[in-house]
Design a binder for this molecule. Structure first.
Ligand code: GLC
Length: 576
């Protein structure tokens, strides 16, 4: 692997050619919300199989499925009862095999989600732990501790749960000398229904190897690793105080996150993934600061990739986008990984909404906007979508893997108006209704503008707003300038554009226009400003093969490339 880079205007980054995943476009499916084949209102695996033609036409290289395992859905399926089965509401293992076969026949690879930090409280092991006495081998697969205070009535530490409330729940003992009384506490960094595994226990480690082999043997091509940075914890007593879950100093000393020993786990996983030919791909979800430590997860000796959420968290500003892209590319090159890009997923407000809210909106502002049912402040939806489309084309031209979230190809906004009565995200309940949570990006997809339930297949488990009809796939298919057609065109052209993993910056780091060139001559130019920008000199507009300008804008002239200028908040792709 060779890499060279520089931060100068003409700096370049290059890495030698690669396995399939290094520059893949990966489409995330949230199975319950994708397509429903049996009319029960919940998306399922046969629904995915039935839509393989759509996915193929979209032009993606792989699908990543969020959990479809048996689950009480206390956290949308990230509370797993059985890692090696399919939730009967979503299908069966036979349906899974059929889906993989259909995907492979369409040239689409399949990535599944592994949730190793915690199981659900309905997992056989957790039920056995509750039935067993303190100190037993069954309890040692999780983190059970005596409480503090005179009578163990206080939790073992001040650690909070990610979803609000405490990270500890006290159990009534079923066995041992205190049977029938309140006893130990167990750790759950997420919901009460998600007890954390004890990764110091070899049985836990071995069981996840079995799970990786189980799905690999069924033909999956890769894995997305949930909360990868949290597995190994410092549980030495007394537990250290950590009243909030931010990592303040990311040097391996945090008791809960990004500890050095977690890398032994993933080295072990890499050995398992390399038992296959070709080796299975893996990507870490590790919300850690962007330092050399994040790159460790993505080393070839570990998972190969880690999500970079930096663009997702950045405001729509050229200077930010340029600096982040350069940093991600150069860091990836130095670690041998390929970079990843993400704007939306099932955990965040959809990016057309983020970009349509007033500039400078913080995470707290987004939460307040959701609580106001999306009514205040008013969303500038035209601007939000215009920027989202420009950002997407900026990103799809970069070297590395693009992770797309279902519905973004339709330009969907957050369904911020979901009424409280339908909310399901544990965040809403655990914060005592102070944070609305993530349901607004999980509303079942609109496939058809005219059919009942917009063609989803059954009365959706979360209600679709009226405006979803306008965004339905069949309302956009074949419509020039629609967001769906923009994604289709971009994903098709991207296969030509993605030759070597390198680029050359042609604009200066301070400019409001970012202009880069791939080694095979493709160029991408984004004007981040709210006003037209002068075209870089020497750029021949007859080479423009794709623009992010919307159909409406094109109709009234605002999106077309006026002589010598690039419209506001617009990306152009130029063929060699
Ligand atoms: C990850 C998932 C999120 C889930 C959490 C706990 O962050 O993306 O949806 O709630 O882990 O499993």
């Amino acid at each position: 692997m060779t890499a060279s880079l520089s931060d100068s205007v003409s700096g370049s980054v290059s890495v030698s050619p690669s396995p399939w995943w290094r520059q893949a476009a990966v489409y995330q499916i949230y199975p319950r919300s994708f397509a429903d084949s049996n009319g029960d209102g919940m998306g399922d695996l046969p629904g995915v199989t039935a839509r393989m033609g759509y996915l193929s036409e979209l032009g993606i290289d792989a699908i990543w499925l969020s959990p479809f395992y048996p689950s009480a859905l206390a956290d949308g399926g990230y509370d797993v009862d059985d890692y090696r089965n399919v939730d009967p509401r979503l299908g069966s293992l036979t349906d899974f095999d059929a889906m993989v076969a259909a995907a492979h026949a369409a040239g689409i690879r399949v990535i599944v989600d592994v949730v190793p930090n915690h199981s659900s409280n309905r997992h056989t092991w957790f039920k056995a732990a509750l039935a067993a006495a303190p100190g037993s081998a069954e309890r040692a697969r999780y983190h059970f501790l005596d409480g503090l205070g005179n009578d163990g009535e206080l939790p073992p530490s001040d650690w909070p749960s990610h979803f609000g409330g405490a990270a500890w729940t006290r159990v009534v003992e079923a066995a041992g000398p205190n049977a029938g009384s309140l006893g130990q506490w167990y750790l759950h960094l997420f919901a009460t229904e998600q007890p954390d595994f004890n990764w110091d226990n070899p049985e836990v480690r071995e069981d996840f190897h079995t799970t990786l082999r189980f799905w690999s043997d069924r033909g999956v091509d890769g894995f997305r690793i949930d909360v990868a940075h949290a597995l190994v914890k410092d549980m030495s007593l007394p537990l250290r105080s950590k009243p909030d879950l931010e990592i303040l100093v990311d040097d391996g000393s945090d008791p809960l996150f990004d500890r050095d020993a977690v890398h032994e786990v993933f080295e072990g996983w890499r050995s398992v993934l390399n038992e296959y030919d070709p080796p299975k791909a893996a990507v870490a979800e590790a919300w850690v600061p962007f330092t050399d430590r994040r790159l460790k997860y993505a080393r070839p000796t570990e998972l190969g990739q880690a999500f970079n959420f930096d663009l997702l968290q950045a405001p729509f500003l050229a200077t930010e986008f340029r600096a982040i892209a350069q940093k991600c590319l150069s860091e990836a090159a130095s670690s041998g990984a390929s970079s990843t890009w993400v704007f939306s997923n099932h955990d965040v407000v959809r990016h057309p909404s983020r970009y349509g809210l007033p500039d400078g909106s913080t995470r707290e502002d987004l939460e307040a906007w959701l609580l106001a049912d999306g009514a205040t402040p008013a969303l500038d939806s035209a601007r939000g979508l215009r920027r989202a489309r420009a950002a997407t084309l900026f990103m799809l031209g970069l070297p590395g893997s693009a992770y797309l979230y279902q519905g973004e190809e339709l330009g969907l906004f957050e369904a911020a108006e979901l009424p409280a009565s339908v909310l399901q995200d544990p965040t809403w309940f655990r914060t005592l209704h102070k944070v609305k949570g993530r349901d607004g990006c999980r509303v079942p997809l609109p496939w058809s503008a005219s059919e009942a339930d917009f063609g989803f297949g059954g009365i959706p488990w979360l209600p679709q707003p009226e405006w979803f009809g306008e965004f339905a796939a069949d309302a956009q298919a074949g419509v020039a300038g629609s967001t769906l057609e923009m994604y289709r065109a971009a994903l098709k052209l991207r296969r030509e554009l993605q030759a070597e993993e390198s680029l050359e910056w042609l604009s200066s780091p301070e400019s409001e226009v970012i202009h880069y060139r791939r080694p095979n001559g493709w160029e991408v130019i984004t004007n981040f400003a709210a006003v037209p920008a002068v075209l870089p000199s020497g750029v021949d507009l007859s080479r423009v093969v794709l623009t992010s300008g919307t159909a409406t804008e094109a109709a009234d002239g605002a999106g077309s490339e006026q002589a010598g200028t690039i419209p506001p908040e617009t990306t152009l792709w130029l063929a060699p």
